[in-house]
Design a protein around this ligand. Structure first.
Ligand code: IMP
Ligand code: MG
Length: 192
């Protein structure tokens, strides 16, 4: 069904395990935050998970089901400025921001951290809303590609500088539904 896939980089079993572990890290951090506010249970109406569309949708669908707490979802869409096919030249908001974020504990989630432009942009916009806390997480981190310095609290896997698809990540809009994280055949890989 996917003859264009060359090889698998992260299997669905590895993904599932890591997502569970990341959920535990998030639960631990939120408990600390809420304890500071005087709460002992994760039952406060103040946790907002913000997936960056569209790439984060599959990751976030899996992750939030490992978070046994009251939370809401607020979507954000970001577009990269036109540039070379896969090289990020900066990012801008392509949707409204979720409302009423003041005093909330926010966790922004994306599929992959590459140049850092996307998360840096979103972070700036959300911080302006005065959240109680703001953390960020990604499934994948291409550490060597950073053009802006951005701190992420949760990382699924560090990967080499290869163009990957699957588990939400696309090439020209396709392959997001491929259940593992994979590299396309070399002849299809976008030039960089
Ligand atoms: P950044 O703004 O450069 O950090 O890029 C983040 C965005 O670029 C991600 O949300 C993805 O949409 C896209 N991206 C970066 N690397 C890849 C890749 O290897 N495969 C698919 N999309 C990617
Ligand atoms: Mg994206």
């Amino acid at each position: 069904m996917f003859p264009e896939i060359d090889r698998i980089l992260v299997t669905r079993e590895q993904i599932a395990q890591r997502v569970q572990a990341m959920a535990q890290e998030i639960i631990r951090d939120l408990k600390v935050d809420l304890a500071k506010d005087g709460h002992t249970e994760l039952d406060e109406d103040r946790i907002v998970i913000i997936p960056i569309m569209t790439g984060a949708m599959i990751f976030v669908a899996d992750l939030v089901r490992e978070l046994p707490m009251k939370l809401s979802l607020g979507l954000v869409a970001v577009s990269s400025y036109p540039g070379e096919s896969v090289t990020s030249k900066g990012a801008h908001l392509a949707s409204e921001l979720p409302e009423d974020l003041e005093g909330k504990h926010i966790i922004v989630l994306d599929d992959i951290l590459d140049s850092g432009q996307t998360l840096a942009t979103v972070k700036g916009l959300l911080e302006a809303q005065n959240p109680a806390s703001l953390r960020m997480g990604v499934m994948l981190d291409k550490k060597t590609k950073r053009t802006v310095d951005v701190h992420v609290d949760y990382v699924g896997f560090e990967i080499p500088d290869e163009f990957v698809v699957g588990y939400g990540l696309d090439f020209n809009g396709y392959y997001r539904n491929y259940p593992e994280i994979a590299v396309l055949k070399p002849e299809l890989i976008p030039s960089r």
